[in-house]
Design a protein around this ligand. Structure first.
Ligand SMILES: Nc1ncnc2c1ncn2[C@@H]1O[C@H](COP(=O)(O)OP(=O)(O)OP(=O)(O)O)[C@@H](O)[C@H]1O
Length: 321
């Protein structure tokens, strides 16, 4: 079942089209990622989905609510984590969370319980009376996420949640998001980190210059560029003298030696391991490892979008955030 359906969505800033007639849906319970470089239109899209910015054209349906017409109602089931924190500098973590909870109408006892629980879950329970402004970037981001889920939203929207923070905090945030998702929260996340999209997302949309150029599960995206199946074998003995023999025995596979002990078989069809293993066994060749070789998501991204990944990260780190 789809929890989000977006059709023909467009965002214009005067004459400039930042989001150009995009459409996608998000299934209940999945982690859906928007992956794209600086200026691709990720923030403009998430801001329209969450009501932080006006839709120029198109429709957004969230949990059967027409979010263009009834955004307030749709927002009740959303958690929104913007790219910049919206918390109060002078308040400590507990006070900030209690304040957010009060905005959702939670009773004092309930909000204090929830605030304490989240501080503990996010590893911020030892910050005491420290005001938000004295938090590190990673701590700030964690508290901002905790505030965004204070009301147990059904769907969480996060705009680049790990950009510009330390590696350990980023790892903790990904773990927390995984836990939330395992407990049933649907997640929409924008990122320019390919590894992050690969680690977290069930499905990914590649967005470039305001347009979605591809959507799929990681396997589907990989298949897009991988025209042949590849299996790599590593033998304990050398492989140089078996090339001709294998090619003769298994003529439908293409054979390539990658180093002294390793070779690869390529085929348009599935490669069946059993007959190969039996063949090697009969010949007294010990297989040390047999593994399926898949392209990396980075290769897929570069091939589909034509954007060099190193360029994407550099632009971003030197960019506005
Ligand atoms: N308020 C605005 N007025 C005019 N142009 C805007 C405005 N906000 C964004 N843009 C432009 O729209 C395009 C998309 O920006 P957006 O912030 O949505 O991209 P993004 O993928 O989130 O990139 P980033 O990660 O750098 O924020 C960019 O060219 C940006 O300069």
């Amino acid at each position: 079942m789809n929890i989000v359906e977006v059709v023909n969505l467009t965002k214009k800033y005067e004459d400039f089209t930042a989001v150009d007639n995009i459409g996608f849906s998000i299934k209940k319970g999945e982690v859906f990622g928007f992956l794209g470089p600086n200026g691709a239109g990720k923030t403009s899209t998430i801001n329209m989905l969450t009501g932080l910015s006006k839709v120029t054209e198109g429709s957004i349906n969230i949990s059967r609510i027409d979010a263009v017409k009834e955004m307030k109602k749709a927002q009740e089931i959303m958690g929104i984590i913007p790219d910049e924190s919206n918390l109060y500098n002078e308040m400590d973590g507990f006070e900030n969370l209690c304040f957010c909870a009060s905005l959702y109408g939670m009773e004092k006892e309930e909000r204090e319980k929830r605030a304490s629980y989240l501080l503990k879950q996010f590893g911020l329970d030892n910050t005491g009376k420290k005001p938000f402004k004295a938090y590190s970037k990673g701590m700030k981001r964690k508290l901002t996420i905790a505030a965004g889920i204070i009301h147990n939203p059904k769907i969480l929207f996060l705009d680049e949640p790990t950009t510009g923070i330390d590696v350990e905090s980023a790892r903790q945030i990904r773990e927390l998001l995984k836990d939330l998702n395992n407990n049933g929260t649907t997640i929409f996340i924008t990122t320019h980190y390919i590894e992050e999209a690969e680690r977290l997302c069930d499905r990914i949309a590649f967005i470039v210059k305001g347009k979605i150029v591809k959507i799929g599960t990681i396997d589907e995206l990989m298949q897009e560029v991988q025209k042949e199946k590849i299996v790599q074998f590593t033998l304990e003995n050398g492989v140089l003298d078996i090339k001709g023999v294998i090619q003769e025995e298994f003529p439908s596979y293409r054979f390539e030696i990658t180093n002294d002990n390793t070779f690869r078989l390529y085929s348009k069809e599935n490669i069946s391991l059993m007959p190969l293993m039996k063949y090697f066994d009969d010949k007294g060749l010990n297989v040390y490892e047999a593994k399926i070789v898949k392209p990396s998501l980075e290769e897929v991204f570069v091939k589909i979008t034509g954007i060099e990944v190193s360029k994407m990260n550099k632009d971003k780190e030197g960019g506005k955030k």
